[in-house]
Design a protein around this ligand. Structure first.
Ligand code: ZN
Length: 297
């Protein structure tokens, strides 16, 4: 989308732990897709006694790369940004191998949206539930949780205080806009969670997929503007008459990758549900993917 200053380049080798900063290392899982960029980036925080953020999908090669690459060190904590299948399932194998404690907001919150993406990890239950402001600490590092529902109702970002960076999970990504797929995805919550980030002064974001985002406040403002434009475009489309979601997708996403059509439909539904909440739109019958939507008289 041309109105968002996307950042897409990420130099890496699969299954090789690379150094990102004095406190941070990363290893990328081999699960590339239109929803995961080159794959899931698992972050390692600290040296010697370390935490792992988003151990990733249940891929033996990825778990082996992580465990072998950290031989001689101890993984004491596993932090999960949210319970999608590309983020949390490997926590089980890492925990089995190391005895590390798992942290997250809670188990998966609701029905997973039928977006053609990701899918829910219903097996993951954190040992310790975190809410906004809670800290997870180790030698020379402090990670503080920020609850950011919208992409998923149990989504957390983690601030690494010593380096002033925010692990933004799938809430804010540099390479792509975030999928917001109802009912667990919620556009009103997502917009509120974006606004929350504008009150912070992080130097950069590190999403789970794709490269770091410099000047993150400017980027978040662009994301908010992009969603407002999308919402305005949907209202303009409905001003022409009642519409079903595939008609809105065809009009609003003219050059869409066909693999993303279902996800775009879920995103349009999330906007329509927010517009129903704000009293601007009504649906004939139940407001789901099959409904007809119209401007409220
Ligand atoms: Zn996700």
């Amino acid at each position: 989308m041309s109105d968002i200053p996307h950042v897409r380049d990420l130099a890496f080798q699969y299954e090789v732990i690379e150094t990102v900063s004095p406190l941070l290392r990363r290893v990328v899982a081999r699960n590339p897709s239109p929803f995961t960029a080159q794959g899931t980036g698992t972050y390692i925080v600290g040296r010697g006694q370390v935490a792992v953020i988003d151990p990733g999908p249940d891929l033996a090669e990825h778990v082996d790369a992580l465990l072998n690459g950290l031989r001689g060190e101890t993984i004491t904590q596993i932090l999960i940004t949210h319970t999608h299948l590309d983020h949390s399932p490997a926590a089980a194998a890492v925990k089995r191998a190391t005895g590390a404690i798992t942290y997250g907001y809670g188990p998966h919150g609701g029905e997973v949206g039928l977006s053609g993406e990701e899918g829910a990890d219903r097996a993951f239950v954190p040992n310790v539930a975190l809410k906004t402001g809670d800290a997870v600490t180790g030698p020379a590092w402090t990670l503080r949780a920020v609850h950011t529902p919208g992409h998923a109702s149990n989504h957390l970002c983690f601030a690494l205080e010593e380096e002033r960076v925010l692990f933004s999970g799938d809430h804010v990504m540099g390479w792509s806009t975030t999928v917001v797929s109802p009912p667990d995805g919620d556009m009103t919550a997502y917009m509120n969670s974006l606004a929350l980030l504008l009150d912070r002064d992080d130097d950069a974001y590190l999403p789970t997929h794709g490269p770091a985002i410099p000047k993150p406040q400017r980027y978040v403002r662009a994301l908010i503007g992009h969603r407002r434009q999308r919402s305005a475009g949907i209202l303009r489309e409905l001003a022409k008459g009642p519409r079903k979601i595939p008609e809105i997708v065809a009009a609003q996403y003219p050059s869409l990758d066909p693999r993303l059509r279902i996800a775009a439909g879920r995103s349009v539904l999330s906007h329509l549900l927010a517009l129903i909440d704000s009293g601007e739109v009504a649906s004939d019958g139940i407001a789901d993917g099959n409904a007809t939507f119209r401007l409220k008289a």
